[in-house]
Design a protein around this ligand. Structure first.
Ligand code: SF4
Length: 500
């Protein structure tokens, strides 16, 4: 956890196997500094390899969501296939660029030339503001030097990043790798001269929210801030390049998703104060408004006015949507602690929260709040820890990742997917306070149905009944081998006849 590259004796496996070998290879290929920075920004925990989708998906998604930004992958075809499939599954409406390679082009350095050619072909100012190139595991381990790409071509910014599974533990943190790299570029541009005027400029002091949010949340936070005379700037990751100038021009950066370490570094370099936690529930919103107002130098009377304007509605929403259930929360989005706070304020009992993201100072207030209410918080939680907690606690509802939900259903425990269900709802202010009660109630009501299903399917698809149902060694159909041999011989003879 100290950020240094551990000795080879601690070898684990990347999703392709041989993580330490890949790290050593990357180091030997001249990527030591880059790897050290990744390991420092995204320290490891109990699981040192991806337990969810390929981490590079996070960076790819950030690039694909931006207008006038081309995103090109450099990696093994199987990785690129998976990443492209997942991107389009999640509704990407842009092309995923790909520079293929083989052993020869990789070893001889031709891959870098191919990437450079692809970048020159793509970087047309009429089409793009920026071209992003993402090195996946193999090109990173092979030292393909994206830092040697030109920094810009005809005004189109070129950004090359390494996002290997053996250096970035989760796809959440990979979002930060690209967001941080783009912010650094934009900050340097702004420091060196005039930049394009952002479309959304507010004369009031602004707050830049860091983290992928439900679309209704930023305007909701804008309403929370209005009585303090403040507004939200475009949130990060941005939808277009010039939004980054507006975000960097904020008065306070809000690390609502606490794992954006590289992005926070850029805000700090731009001299902006950074506030952690988020406006969740009654207490979370009260504390967050105070912290933001204080960081922005807002008079306490205005901060109190913002609280008086919004806290009663949040209290009313929580009381109107009580949650009476024991729930375990786990996920890899980075907002798990916030969701748990909200559920507890609505009345839920939360004995366990597991997040695949690391502990950072930006979630400290949430961790302390949860632990004071008896919740066990596990950072860098592995799937195994999440499963153990669920089996131990036997909750009325388990909120978690796909494999956890699958296991919960096998055990007859009602379960909800964090990413598809919980993250697809507002979280902040009064809309957030009322958003989860209905789905929790609907799921927990189904407990009896789950138990009926478990007893109905008892034994199906497990143990001896898994697979095709063979108990012993499969028996060859009599004569099959002989028939095949004769058919092959006849075919060979026929070919021979054609040849003569
Ligand atoms: S890029 Fe690395 S982590 Fe991603 S799928 Fe390929 S081998 Fe796995």
């Amino acid at each position: 956890m100290d950020g240094s590259i551990p000795p080879a004796a601690t070898t684990g496996t990347g999703c392709h196997g041989g993580r330490e070998r890949m790290l050593d290879a990357a180091r030997e290929a001249g990527k030591s500094a880059g790897m050290e920075q990744l390991l420092k920004d995204y320290p490891r925990g109990p699981h040192d390899q991806p337990q969810s989708m390929c981490p590079a998906f996070g960076s790819l998604r950030v690039g694909l969501r931006m207008k006038r930004v081309a995103t090109i992958l450099s990696g093994s075809a199987c990785c690129v296939y998976g990443l492209t499939f997942t991107s389009h599954f999640y509704g990407a409406r842009r092309t995923v660029g790909y520079v293929p390679f083989n052993s020869e082009s990789l070893v001889k350095g031709q891959l870098f030339e191919d990437i450079r050619n692809a970048v020159y072909e793509t970087a047309k100012p009429a089409d793009y503001d920026a071209v992003v190139v993402i090195n996946l595991c193999v090109p990173t381990a092979s030292g393909v030097p994206l830092d040697l790409l030109p920094k810009q071509i005809d005004g189109v910014r070129i950004i090359g990043i390494d996002v290997p599974g053996f250096g970035v533990p989760t796809h959440a943190e990979a979002k930060d790798v690209l967001t941080g790299a783009m912010l650094k570029y934009a900050r340097t541009e702004a420091e060196n001269g005039p930049v394009a005027r952002p479309k959304h400029i507010d004369d009031r002091p602004t707050v830049a929210m860091i983290g992928e949010l439900f679309p209704a949340d930023p305007p909701g936070v804008g309403a929370l801030l209005a009585p303090m005379g403040m507004a939200v700037s475009p949130n990060l990751p941005c939808r277009e390049w010039r939004d980054m100038y507006a975000a960097l021009d904020c008065d306070v950066a809000a690390a609502v998703h606490p794992f954006y370490v590289a992005s926070v570094r850029e805000f700090r370099a731009a001299g902006r104060p950074v506030v952690g936690s988020a406006p969740v529930g009654y207490e979370g919103t009260a504390d967050w408004l105070s912290a933001i107002g204080k960081a922005a130098g807002i008079a306490s009377a205005k901060i109190d006015a913002a609280k008086a304007a919004h806290l009663p509605a949040i209290r009313a929403a929580l009381e109107a949507n009580p949650i009476k259930a024991r729930i375990t929360v786990s996920g890899y989005e980075g907002s798990e602690l916030l969701v748990a706070r909200l559920l507890i304020e609505a009345g839920a009992e939360i004995p366990y929260v597991g997040t695949a993201c690391p502990r950072t100072e930006w979630s400290e207030a949430d961790r302390a709040w949860l632990e004071a209410r008896g919740t066990y918080v596990q950072y860098r939680a592995s799937l195994e820890q999440d499963l153990c907690a669920m089996q131990d606690v036997k909750p009325d509802l388990a909120v978690g990742t796909t494999p956890l939900v699958q296991k919960a259903k096998e055990l007859g425990i009602p379960a909800l997917y964090f990413t598809n269900i919980v993250s697809a709802r507002p979280l902040f202010g009064a809309p957030g306070a009322g958003s989860l009660a209905a789905i929790v109630a609907a799921q927990t009501k189904g407990a009896a149905r789950f138990n009926r299903m478990v007893s109905f399917f008892e034994g199906v698809g497990t143990g001896q009944t898994a697979g095709y149902g063979f108990k012993g060694k499969p028996v060859e159909p009599p004569g099959a081998r002989d028939r095949m041999r004769k058919a092959r011989a006849a075919k060979a003879k026929a070919m021979e006849a054609v040849g003569t």
